[in-house]
Design a protein around this ligand. Structure first.
Ligand SMILES: [Zn+2]
Length: 452
């Protein structure tokens, strides 16, 4: 979650100027020709997309894992404000379902109860963001790529690195019968040659890298280049990586989650079935990293054949959350409203995308609104195997194990923050950078990790 800067007097100022602008004739005329979302009373919910949820009698989910990340960008030296670094922190939180049952008996969950739940692993990482050179004779793009690769090289919760998890995911190592032997990279980060084939057997296992196949280039391609973040970072012109911060943060959260899934599968067959993974934000890959939704889709499809993979994305802000609040009274408690293309493009993301399949290039999940039995509304995503057609005609059965997942979502309700869930709220709070180190400490940390 990126920290946002708010200032009341600024907001007030902009509100005053808004009303001034709306009274302008020319602006009014323009607005008349614009399509803007309709008022709550004009929203019609297609009854066919409403589904009643029946909680199963038995809860087979014993553990809940939440992943969250945060980033703060600061100047390296006060006197050089144009040199920036970004400080990231990621955390995974493990909650035992039985601890939640204890808490459920109380009318209000106190911060000390939440303290009992915390068992968070924190990982820190510094990205040179603007005008920072780590070593001489290396271009800025390479500096950024190497920083990401180094971070993914760290061992996380146990014995293996995130690099290994990335390899496992893109070459389908979870599936012994998979024939996946190469991965097509959009372009070489050095020479720009398109569609470079990264062959599984030709990877250098020491560095998780390849040599570019183009003669005269033959430079190193890193496995983390499949995230394509380098495409947003110029080699020399403006040494600026600020455009990748959010996508890197979100993708890394996903990889922490995939890493835990992999670890569970390796520990014991069937163990992963007893877990629920809760991710802040939708289950998707954004921006340059969007292509990762395909290997993720393949993993989900495979796991669903033999196991049960309980995964849910929780949105806490944005247009979908605003819409959910708007239509809250049109749903009964315990009811789900499945979102299809028509509804999304009519009421939530207006504009001319009606021909398009929602999220087809980034999502591996189906999105819906859930009104719980205690009348809270949530915007959630659960993996679907048919995401290419799902949003034409969503069906409740496409969302595997939805009843049991929602039963657990209900148990995770958090009384401290409106419509927040305990794991997400706690993970947010525990890894929050603004709560802990001052920017001085961050600066010192950054300099240490840059070897100054
Ligand atoms: Zn090349």
């Amino acid at each position: 979650m990126s920290s946002e800067y708010t200032n009341n007097s600024f907001e007030q100022g902009s509100r005053i100027s808004h009303s001034y602008i709306i009274n302008d004739e020319e602006v009014k005329q323009y607005l008349n020709n614009c399509e803007i979302p309709v008022e709550a009373e004009d929203v019609e919910l297609n009854d066919a997309l409403k589904c009643d949820i029946v909680y199963p009698e038995k809860n087979t989910i014993e553990f809940i894992v939440a992943v969250d990340g945060e980033s703060t960008t600061i100047p390296v030296k006060k006197s050089f404000p144009s040199s920036l670094i970004t400080f990231f922190q990621f955390g995974s939180l493990l909650i035992k379902g039985s601890d939640l049952d204890e808490m459920e008996k109380k009318p209000f969950v106190s911060p000390s109860d939440i303290n009992k739940l915390k068992k968070i692993e924190r990982e820190k990482f510094v990205l040179p963001t603007k005008n920072v050179a780590l070593k001489k004779d290396i271009d800025f793009r390479t500096t950024v790529r190497e920083a990401i690769q180094e971070f993914y090289k760290k061992k996380h919760s146990g014995k293996t690195s995130i690099l290994e998890t990335l390899y496992w995911l893109i070459f389908e190592q979870y599936n012994p019968t998979s024939a996946k032997s190469n991965y097509k990279l959009s372009q070489c980060p050095h020479c720009g040659t398109n569609n470079i084939l990264l062959e599984k057997d030709k990877m250098d296992f020491k560095n998780y890298s390849w040599k570019c196949t183009k003669i005269n280039c033959e430079k190193e391609i890193l496995i983390t280049d499949v995230l394509r973040l380098f495409e947003k970072v110029d080699k020399v012109e403006n040494a600026d990586a600020s455009g990748i911060i959010t996508y890197l943060e979100k993708a890394t959260e996903s990889f922490f989650m995939i890493h835990t899934i992999k670890s569970l599968i390796e520990i014991q067959d069937g163990l992963v079935d007893r877990f629920l993974f809760v991710k802040d934000g939708p289950l998707s890959f954004g921006g340059e990293t969007a292509n990762m939704h395909k290997p993720m889709q393949a993993l989900i499809t495979y796991l669903n054949q033999n196991n049960r993979i309980n995964l849910v994305g929780v949105e806490t802000s944005g247009a979908f959350v605003d819409h959910a609040r708007q239509i809250k009274d049109k749903l009964d408690p315990g009811q789900v409203f499945l979102l299809n293309n028509e509804h999304i493009y009519t009421y939530i993301q207006v504009g001319n995308h009606k021909e398009q399949q929602y999220g087809s290039t980034s999502y591996y999940s189906g999105k819906f609104i859930y009104k719980s039995f205690d009348k809270r509304v949530y915007v959630l995503t659960i993996p679907v195997e048919n995401h290419n057609t799902y949003y034409n005609q969503p069906e409740i059965d496409d969302l595997k194990n939805i009843q049991e997942i929602l039963m657990n979502i209900d148990k995770l309700r958090c009384d401290i923050y409106e419509n927040a869930l305990i794991p997400v709220a706690v993970a947010n709070k525990l890894i929050s950078l603004t709560n802990h180190p001052s920017s001085n400490i961050l600066e010192r940390f950054a300099k240490k990790s840059m070897g100054r």
